[in-house]
Design a protein around this ligand. Structure first.
Ligand SMILES: [Zn+2]
Length: 355
């Protein structure tokens, strides 16, 4: 019995230490909106750095399969993803990824591909990228705010609509490319707890846009990715993020005025919730050494709640739209930080999502 316990503990320790980082890009171009673009030159520097580090680039489907099957993920692993299927991705992929023989994933909203909208790739181009090592995956049918209910819509009707959208998109991608990985990238990174149940029932994993590294404890319903574009993705920023380690977080509970919240999606005018985060036992991370930052407000006071738990509540107003807490901690590896992010959303006055 004791021996078994020791083996189990050893297993937990070894899986907790493994980390993968999922990179998220939109445009790779000098001529597209800055907030969702990085320049081809900067993209080349990102890829050169991944090569220099000697990290293994794996298909996202392989990383998800490891997590689904409860297998240990290899250490120092990177997956490269592009959202939306923009035409400018083609040149960047051919210049920087294909020559290195790396896999990559493109998340597409099939309706926008079907409509041949200017600036998006065609199915032919996507199929060409497939032959060059690309995986094609689900970015919803038409890139809507999936977590938003229509006016007067019941929860049941909304979730049925989400399920239909998810499966219709998956079927269309499979029909046009033969690909079906059952991995969704949430448009705008938006999800709600109810949607996670639908995804699990349909056997889907999903990636968000909350930053952080992926580890054995990551939730398959909202895997973190590091988005690059606008201010994010400078050489220095990339060097830090690509080397991050998964903070072994066992649970996150959000509260407001000591009431537990059922969702991270909050009504207009809500204050920042308090996030209570519990780490895995024996994580080796001292909670007194954790730093947390709130969107737009900078560093916040972190309160130790126990040997493995801490909380943070931002000192300032919560803005409309998407915000997050980013928490980091030093590791025993030089220049490598544990990173974990908690998304928070505030709806606008009319209960709508903000772009
Ligand atoms: Zn998108």
């Amino acid at each position: 019995m004791l021996r078994l316990l020791m083996i189990i503990t050893g297993l937990l320790l070894s899986t907790a230490a493994k980390s993968a980082v999922i990179l998220q890009y939109h445009h790779v171009s000098d001529d597209t909106p800055a907030s969702t673009s990085i320049s081809p030159d900067l993209f080349a520097q990102h890829m050169a750095y991944v090569e220099e580090l000697g990290y293994q680039v794996v298909p996202l489907s392989e990383l998800v399969a490891n997590l689904r099957n409860g297998e240990a993920i290899p250490d120092d692993v990177v997956a490269i993803t592009f959202d939306d299927g923009y035409s400018d991705n083609m040149a960047a992929i051919k210049a920087e990824i294909v020559p290195r023989g790396w896999p990559f994933t493109i998340f597409v909203p099939p309706l926008l591909i079907d409509q041949r909208i200017r600036g998006y790739m065609s199915w032919n181009e996507l199929n060409e990228l497939k032959t060059l090592g690309g995986e094609l995956s689900n970015h919803s049918w038409e890139h809507n705010h999936l977590a938003a209910k229509l006016p007067g819509e019941s929860d049941e009707a909304w979730l049925a609509r989400f399920r239909e959208d998810l499966l219709k998109a998956e079927a269309r991608i499979e029909a046009m490319t033969g690909e079906s990985h059952r991995i969704l990238a949430y448009p705008y990174g938006e999800f709600s707890p109810e949607m996670l149940e639908v995804l699990a029932e349909e056997g889907f994993a999903a990636v968000g846009q909350q930053s952080g590294a992926v580890g054995a404890l990551s939730d398959l319903g909202h895997l973190p990715r590091f988005p690059f574009g606008g201010p994010y993705g400078t050489v220095e920023d990339f060097h830090t993020k690509v080397r991050t380690l998964a903070m072994p977080v066992e649970s996150v509970v959000l509260t407001s005025a000591d009431e537990t919240l059922v969702s991270h999606i909050l009504d207009y005018g809500s204050p920042w919730p308090q996030a209570h985060i519990t780490l895995q036992d024996d994580s080796g991370i001292r909670v007194t050494g954790i730093n947390c930052f709130a969107s737009g407000l900078g560093a916040q006071t972190v309160v130790a709640e126990g040997e493995n738990s801490f909380s943070v509540v931002a000192d300032g107003a919560l803005q409309k739209g998407r915000s997050r807490y980013n928490c980091t901690a030093g590791s025993n590896q030089r220049h490598r930080f544990y990173w974990f992010s908690v998304p928070v959303v505030q709806l606008d006055q009319d209960g709508n999502w903000v772009d």
